[in-house]
Design a protein around this ligand. Structure first.
Ligand code: 10E
Ligand code: SF4
Length: 334
């Protein structure tokens, strides 16, 4: 005779064991555009193609983009990430990161006869060329950006010391002294807060009416679009997560934008495993976006982790379409 289940023998109906408390509802407002931009996509492809073409290992100076997941994936394919060129052996190729490098870096690579591929985003290179053009016309360039960030180091390093002056905020814009206010230009880091930069530029224009600069700032399309998408959802969210890395300028700006536009409970999360579920608390609407260097896979992973805990409905809020694609360097095509 078949043995009865232990629960029945104990007098407990079997279905009691399978009764679960229903999951709480959670609406995810998914910002769009989010995640990879054209410059990041191109930079990753450059490393992958360089490995295919030149074999392992290919060295990469600095994280190709500011994302551990991307870096570890490329390491598994044969990339070795280093801080400086002196860590690259003479007989191996090296890729420069998407953030751009000072002129001294390709110069040193050339001096050592290294095979190098520059993965600087074309929109960063554009800022480099504009700054050079101003300097050639005798203008001092005020660069609006964050001290120590590789893009800022790269842009300042396009010109001799003293030609580019750094301004980080409105306070510094109000205080900066220049030798010749009639021969002045500004440029910006590509990943700044659109709102903060507008204020900084306004302060510079007030103090130096003859200052020259781009029609809009040099903040790129991807930064602008990701911030606009967050602005569109922030006011409807109880909490908002930006997938990205702490050293990713554009990702950090998205957290600030969310807070400034109505979602004080906003934070950066590198991936689902780092999510603090207690922080989410009783939120019913969670905003999710991703920085320009964060793969979509990490967004999917977070949504799946939410589904395991909540009864999830996803609503994608798209503020614009993106179709920007950058060509790869000729050396890596075909
Ligand atoms: O710290 P950033 O936002 O400048 O870099 P990221 O690697 O997170 O995203 C890509 C942005 C680049 C390469 C700079 N324009
Ligand atoms: Fe280029 Fe903008 Fe992407 Fe930076 S964030 S890599 S400037 S497209």
């Amino acid at each position: 005779m078949a043995r009865r289940p232990a629960s029945e023998r104990a007098g407990i109906p079997l279905n009691v064991f399978f009764m679960t408390t229903p999951k709480k509802p959670l609406t995810i407002l998914l910002a769009s555009p989010r995640g990879f931009c054209a410059g990041v996509d191109r930079a990753i492809q450059i490393v992958e193609r360089a490995i295919e073409r030149y074999g392992r290992p290919v060295y990469v100076r600095h994280e190709i983009v500011h994302n551990r997941f991307v870096v570890e994936n490329l390491e598994a394919k044969g990339a070795i990430f280093v801080d400086e060129l002196d860590e690259v052996p003479d007989d191996r190729p090296v890729v420069f990161s998407a953030h751009g490098v000072p002129k001294s870096v390709p110069a040193e690579a050339g001096r050592r006869n290294l095979l190098y591929v520059d993965a600087t985003c074309p929109l960063v290179s554009k800022v480099h060329r504009e700054s050079e053009r101003h300097a050639a016309s005798g203008r001092t360039v005020i660069l609006i950006g964050h001290a120590g960030h590789p893009e800022v180091i790269g842009t300042m390093g396009q010109l001799p010391p003293g030609v580019v002056l750094l301004v980080e905020d409105v306070e510094q814009a109000e205080q900066i002294e220049v030798a010749d206010p009639l021969n002045l230009a500004y440029a910006t880091q590509t990943t700044l807060s659109v709102d903060d930069t507008t204020e900084i530029v306004a302060a510079l224009r007030r103090r130096f009416p003859a200052i020259q600069g781009p029609k809009l700032e040099d903040i790129c399309y991807a930064t602008t679009n990701r911030q606009a998408a967050v602005k569109a959802i922030a006011g409807r969210c109880d909490a908002l997560v930006v997938i990205g890395a702490p050293n990713s300028s554009n990702s950090m700006r998205l957290v600030e934008v969310a807070a400034n536009y109505g979602c004080a409970r906003s934070r950066l999360v590198q991936r689902a495993a780092d999510m603090d579920w207690a922080w989410l608390g009783d939120a019913q609407r969670l905003g999710i976006t991703a920085g320009a260097s964060a793969p979509e896979l990490l967004v999917d992973e977070l949504i799946e982790a939410c589904r395991a805990r909540y009864d999830v409905t996803v609503e994608e809020v798209r503020t614009t379409e993106e179709s920007v694609v950058f060509k790869l360097p000729r050396a890596l095509v075909a």
